[in-house]
Design a binder for this molecule. Structure first.
Ligand SMILES: [Zn+2]
Ligand SMILES: [Zn+2]
Length: 346
């Protein structure tokens, strides 16, 4: 057992540094010395929530953060795939490992009540030590930084999984709505594939940031439909990925897609959307899909792909903080800071 100082969310948009006991690894567990921990929109929900982020008992505060990367510090007696000193990133959803969805590599849709998230049920990466199951780990190649690893652990693999579902190829036109961290990651990956990426976001600063990561065209807010017509010769985009969860953006993706188009919804939003399936889906032979985080295999695949191609998602990070500045970091993020924020530990 080692006690460390980590960042907790007591509730009502507050953060607090707390002492956390991180046990030595059980037989199938690994303890990680965390080097980087991303801040994600999902963490913001915990930060804002009246009750903050607590263990399943509803009382105990836990360390937040679900995008960790670091170095294996100690391993349990039954761990065979990883050793002390290995550089790793963590898939933040821990499923039961045995249900049909876990067997498909999708712990995010695990059917068991045992499904839990690091930084969402048990301690996460906003602390310098993190205890995880071996099966949650992915090896981080030497050529990628720890911040690269933290980006892959949630946002980049989420973007990659959504991008795969669109089936876009070089030269295709892709609309991306919402230029938060996931939209930026989609833009970075797609632009590097040779895809013509068209972006939409009500925040001009976010569009400007996306342009730095390969966005080919930023839609103006005034007449997106006419602009899309002009850009696509009236054919519509080949595919669209909705990353904001906002109702107008969800509708825009359906409207912008041409015949045979593919639309992937990955941004979380709770408002209902009303549209005509006959005109927008049926008569356009559209494919509409949902996407949520990624499979273990996709996360591993995008890690290797980035290492091979030399694309560094740490370029998406606009600000880094140490845990002591956690309050400022979360305030900045909640206020709509552009790019991605992350904690780094020395
Ligand atoms: Zn996340
Ligand atoms: Zn499961």
């Amino acid at each position: 057992m080692t006690t460390v100082t980590g960042l907790a969310f007591p509730g009502e948009s507050t953060v607090a540094l707390r002492e956390f006991d991180i046990p030595s690894p059980g037989p199938t567990e690994v303890r990680i010395s965390v080097k980087a921990s991303g801040i994600c929109g999902s963490d913001l929900h915990s930060y804002i929530a009246p009750s903050g982020l607590r263990a399943p008992d509803g009382t105990t505060l836990i360390a937040g953060g679900h995008e960790p990367a670091g170095v294996v510090e100690s391993v349990g007696s039954a761990v065979t795939g990883f050793a002390v000193g290995d550089r790793v990133l963590v898939h933040h959803i821990l499923g039961c490992g045995t249900c049909d969805n876990c067997r498909r590599g999708y712990p995010v849709v695990c059917r068991s009540a045992a499904r839990i998230a690091y930084g969402g049920g048990r301690n996460g990466g906003h602390a310098p030590l993190l205890l995880v199951e071996e099966r949650s780990l992915i090896l981080l190649p030497e050529t990628l930084s720890f911040i690269d690893g933290a980006m892959i652990a949630c946002g980049v693999s989420t973007a990659y999984s959504a991008l795969l579902k669109t089936g876009v190829r070089a030269g295709d036109r892709l609309l991306v709505t919402g230029m938060g961290p996931v939209g930026l990651a989609v833009t970075l990956l797609a632009a590097n594939m040779g895809v013509f990426v068209i972006g939409s976001d009500p925040n001009a600063d976010r569009l400007a940031e996306a342009t730095r990561h390969g966005l080919a065209h930023a839609l103006s807010a005034t007449d997106a439909a006419a602009e899309l017509d002009a850009l696509t010769g009236g054919f519509g985009v080949d595919a669209a990925i909705e990353c904001s969860g906002a109702v107008p953006a969800r509708l825009l993706c359906l409207e912008a897609a041409g015949t045979w188009g593919r639309v992937v919804y990955v941004g979380v939003g709770r408002q209902d959307l009303t549209f005509s399936p006959t005109d927008l889906v049926l008569k356009k032979l559209l494919t509409v899909r949902g996407s949520w985080v990624s499979s273990m295999a996709e996360m591993e695949e995008v890690t290797r792909l980035l290492a091979r191609t030399g694309i560094h998602p740490d370029s998406l990070v606009s600000e880094t903080y140490d845990l002591a500045a956690g309050e400022e970091a979360y305030r900045r993020f909640a206020d709509g800071a552009t790019g991605k924020l992350a904690f780094v530990y020395t």
